[in-house]
Design a protein around this ligand. Structure first.
Ligand SMILES: Nc1ncnc2c1ncn2[C@@H]1O[C@H](COP(=O)(O)OP(=O)(O)O)[C@@H](O)[C@H]1O
Ligand SMILES: Cc1ncc(COP(=O)(O)O)c(N)n1
Length: 264
């Protein structure tokens, strides 16, 4: 069975982070393992509190899984602080992991901060150069390229600037743009490829970024090339948003289509 690893934060509400990643990997038939970097007290209304896991325990989790399991792809989500980013980058190099997908999680959909400000230069210098692909949303792309959030910039300009950070591919997500189409843009340093879907008219988009990056990691693990992996992941996230999960009182998560098996 193909195996993938998520290095991310726990969302107690089950909609984003580690929980979304493992549900996505399971939906694609990939075995998912996890290294937890932070524990959030979170629900569909927002993030009420969080604590980062100690560097020692993050490091031990990484050694435990990387020395034993055989990962065909790895994704990172919420990394919380500079020290965690540094240890993740060291272990990725030490264990020579291929197919690193970096989702540079900074702020939750609810507006809560999930990454220390001083960690932004560390993620740019240490982790992004090791990545096969990075998947920032519009605001994360602006922060990473040193722009102001209120600047009007095209996905093309942002993708070109971010590619200079040393990753193989950049996928800038346009989920937070206005309009009828949810467009994401891939750049490999030469060509642009657009991935589009009809925008679903809903506020229930909690966990969309985590789900998309976990789906890309799953499909890379299954052996699809990057363009096919994104194409399949875009179809999955669109259907998962359409299906939705009305579980809480706030912005609800996407639906991972987990089947209920009868034991009879
Ligand atoms: N309302 C929507 N309808 C369809 N697709 C969407 C919608 N909102 C976001 N997406 C898609 O979900 C994925 C995650 O994007 P986005 O929500 O921008 O990321 P993040 O969760 O990191 O902020 C992208 O493929 C984006 O185009
Ligand atoms: C632990 C954790 N990781 C990531 C996100 C971002 O997800 P979203 O942007 O969909 O709120 C989150 N809310 N919580």
């Amino acid at each position: 069975m193909k195996q993938a690893l998520t290095i991310a934060g726990s969302d107690s509400g089950g909609g984003a982070g580690i929980q979304a990643d493992l549900k996505t990997m399971t939906a694609f038939g990939v075995y998912g393992a996890s290294v937890i970097t932070a524990i959030t007290a979170q629900n569909t209304l927002g993030v009420q509190s969080f604590e980062a896991v100690s560097i020692d325990l993050v490091s031990k989790q990484l050694d435990s899984v990387l020395s034993d399991l055989d990962f065909a792809a790895l994704k990172t989500g919420m990394l919380a602080n500079s020290k965690i980013i540094k240890i993740v980058a060291e272990k990725v190099k030490e264990y020579k992991v291929n197919n690193l997908v970096v989702d540079p999680v900074m702020v939750a959909t609810s507006g809560d901060i999930l990454l220390a400000k001083e960690a932004i230069t560390i993620i740019k210098d240490k982790l992004i150069p090791l990545a096969k692909i990075i998947t920032p949303n519009l605001n994360e792309a602006k922060v990473l390229s040193g722009r102001r959030i209120d600047e009007k910039l095209s996905l093309e300009v942002l993708a070109s600037e971010l590619h200079k950070l040393g990753c193989e591919y950049v996928l800038v997500k346009g989920g937070h743009q206005k309009g009828d189409i949810a467009k994401d843009l891939l750049f490999d340093g030469v060509d642009f490829v657009e991935y589009t879907a009809k925008r679903v008219d809903t506020k229930d988009i909690h966990g969309t970024g985590c789900t998309l990056s976990a789906a890309i990691a799953s499909n890379l693990a299954l052996g699809y090339d990057i363009k096919e992996a994104i194409e399949r992941s875009k179809r999955y996230i669109t259907e998962a948003i359409k299906a939705g999960c009305k579980v809480g009182k706030g912005n609800n998560p996407v639906n991972h289509f987990t089947r209920v098996y009868s034991l009879e």
